[in-house]
Design a binder for this molecule. Sequence first.
Ligand code: PLP
Length: 414
Amino acid sequence: MTGAIFPKLEIPDTLAAGPGPGSTDARVLQSFAQAGMADHMQDDVLRGMIECKHMLRQIWGTKNTYTFAVAGTGWSALDMMFSAVMPGDTVVAFTNGTFSGIDGLTLRMRAATREELKANTLDPRPASVTIIEIPHGQSVTGDIVDAALAEHKPKWAFMAHWETGSGRINDLDGFSKACERHGAMGLVDAVSSLGVADFSIDDYPGVVGWASCPQKGILCLPLTYAPVSFTDRYIDVLKENGAYTYCHHPIFEARHWGIVDGKDVEKGAYHRTHSAYAVAAFHEALRIVLHDTIANRAEAYAFHESVLREAVEAMGCRVTSNMTSLLVLNLPEALAGREMELVRLCRAKNFCLWPTLSEPVQIRIGILNLLNPAAITDIANRFADAIRELGGEVDQARVDQVLGLHYPSVIAAE
Ligand SMILES: *Cc1c(COP(=O)(O)O)cnc(C)c1O
């Protein structure tokens, strides 16, 4: 293939019904494509970033000055959040699926001493880090957190708010209270809950660092910004101990968003080259979320998830998740073990569901930004078709009955 020039890359428009990315709003794509070419220190680009910062404080529900966003994806924000964790620091991390599992790995890499890292560079096991593994399909409870923090009294505690691998909601209030009770600084992966759940981070004072992503609840895939927020306590600890990064250093990165020495300033200062296209797209996405309101979006997610859940249960599936943007499920008894086969079949038709990424294999169906009766009906019907294609039976009348009950107008229009 050396020297080959390939044909222009064409990517189809699929039904993105997985855990993420969600369907980006057309207005966001338009903002991305229509922004002018302007450098990262041009006045409107800098003003846009400062407006994003103010909108992010509303979306997170916080007065934290150090609230801004990191260029990249969820892992970029998480990498920044974990930057204050230093070799030898004591950490207790609660994991209950793929993503919190990777967060746990990041923490083990961060907290490992030079010798501990060298002993197992890709999977270090530092003595100062305790990983509490909660089985797939179960949530992290306040009691579990409280018991572990009481025993280990760590400097840092970590939990994912919503574990997207298994579709489970973890007890944020219990986590925050246990952190306060035992003097731990809480760090939370809020990648899949921000913009989907209705919560304000200032209600959880045990948590000092938060990280999210652009492509799930915020609807802004065109590689943009991953929201973060840090309390003054986190920033004080960071200032005292330092971090082994320039790029993902919260204090340095915040300067471009107009935050210097703990205060808002009128204009950002150079940290890295930001894209005017990305700033415009992200700005529009935040405007959409705030215009809809988090409360309304949270309610819509809960409603449509409950309808889709009822529809797949009417097909004989067993749902084990409790997130409102995602169903994690097993096929009916007669098709047990064929979950991956069904996912492949659907994906081949641009109906893009997902399997779980760690054992056991289950199917994940997401509804990010698909909050309308037509979209949910389409997902339910395509899923029923796939079950039939695999040789399974679906009582379509029962499925229609569920959809008709909750979405009377759609059925009537057919
Ligand atoms: C999606 C996800 C991530 C990773 O986000 P990227 O945008 O893929 O970097 C991390 N944690 C959780 C809980 C997630 O759902």
